[in-house]
Design a protein around this ligand. Structure first.
Ligand code: GZL
Ligand code: ZN
Length: 341
């Protein structure tokens, strides 16, 4: 009996067969691609698929400031293929949830080591425990965090509290008349914001400086400008004598606001800042900022050395500090030509 199914049926069967064959081809090719790329599950990063390159997941804060760009460049240069690394880079747009998710992704991918510049100090215990359980060492660069020290192998960065003390010491010795100060704080909950505030406050205790207000500008120029505009509205043109900015980008935002209000930054309202990035140093040379404490972003080489030592089974320093300088106008003019960042 001839086939009662509609004439198209055999074609359909063939078509279905074609599709099935096609899909099975994809599956095989897909699996092969996964194996070749070396990400065949946790812990497979070491050497699988890329001869002996060390696969490192780097969870950067984002790109909030000139300092951050210089730090990212330093890290990408140090964690290069010619230095023996395959760098998996993530910038978390200054959002802690995104940064923690990025670290979780590195664990799933099975990288050999993880480097983190933690946006804020708290909230890291769980994901660091997961990294430890997966046998993936973690190194901190730049900022610190509050999780138990057993959850990361070491840290390389800067002494934020001493940066605050240096800025406060200059301010306390410079302002001998009663002085009203406003503060542009870094990212709320970040180690630099916490520690720069603590150091500065200790250094101005008993001085002529009164902190009349303090608000976060999140380390960005735009937010620094907005907060400064608010302060100028609230306290009037004669109500503020000094701005302490936790970084140069917010100081540059404050300069924009001060000039827009028809005042002269560095004279009508003085500014002390931290970082000493090129744009900040230029403003200092131009007399718009009065003093800058350096915060060195070039941490890549040291971080790469720590990763190699940890993977070679060596014990490493818990904390490796990078030295910071400080600059007045004259020193900034002298230093600008050779500035690396
Ligand atoms: C400090 C670093 C801070 C800089 C800011 O080491 O974490 O973050 O001071 C940057 O410019 O955004
Ligand atoms: Zn702290």
């Amino acid at each position: 009996m001839h086939d009662t199914k509609p004439a198209t049926q055999p074609d359909q069967d063939e078509e279905v067969l074609e599709v099935k064959k096609f899909l099975s081809t994809i599956t095989i090719v897909g699996a092969a691609a996964l194996v070749l790329s070396g990400c065949t599950g946790p812990g497979a990063g070491a050497g699988a698929g890329d001869d002996e390159l060390i696969t490192v997941g780097f969870a950067q804060t984002g790109s909030e400031s000139g300092w951050r760009s210089a730090n990212t460049e330093s890290m990408q240069t140090a964690f290069s293929e010619e230095n023996g690394f395959k760098l998996v880079f993530n910038a978390a747009d200054n959002k802690i949830e995104a940064q923690i998710a990025a670290v979780r992704g590195f664990i799933t991918q099975g990288v050999d080591a993880i480097v983190i510049a933690p946006i804020v100090e708290d909230g890291w215990d769980d994901v660091l425990q997961e990294a430890k359980d997966a046998g993936i060492p973690v190194i901190l660069e730049d900022r610190t965090l509050t999780a138990d020290e057993s959850l990361y192998a070491g840290w390389v960065g800067l002494d934020f509290k001493s940066e605050g003390v240096k800025a406060g010491t200059w301010a306390a010795s410079t302002f001998t008349e009663p002085t009203n100060m406003v503060v542009l704080e870094g990212t709320t909950g970040s180690a630099p914001a916490n520690d720069r505030a603590e150091g500065f406050d200790e250094a101005i205790a008993g001085s002529q400086i009164t902190k009349i207000d303090s608000q976060t500008g999140n380390f960005t120029r735009a937010e620094g400008k907005t907060v400064m505009e608010g302060f100028l509205q609230k306290y009037g043109k004669d109500g503020i004598d000094l701005v302490y900015a936790h970084n140069d980008d917010m100081a540059l935002g404050a300069i924009d606001a001060i000039e827009a209000a028809g005042l002269v930054p560095g004279e009508d309202i003085k500014i002390v800042s931290i970082d000493a990035v090129k744009d900040g140093m230029q403003a200092l040379a131009d007399g718009k900022i009065n003093y800058i404490v350096e915060c060195n972003p070039l941490l890549g080489e040291l971080a790469a050395g720590l990763v190699k030592d940890v993977l070679d089974g060596k014990t490493i320093e818990r904390a490796t500090f990078v030295q910071d300088g400080e600059f007045d106008q004259e020193a900034a003019i002298a230093a600008l030509p050779d500035r690396k960042y």
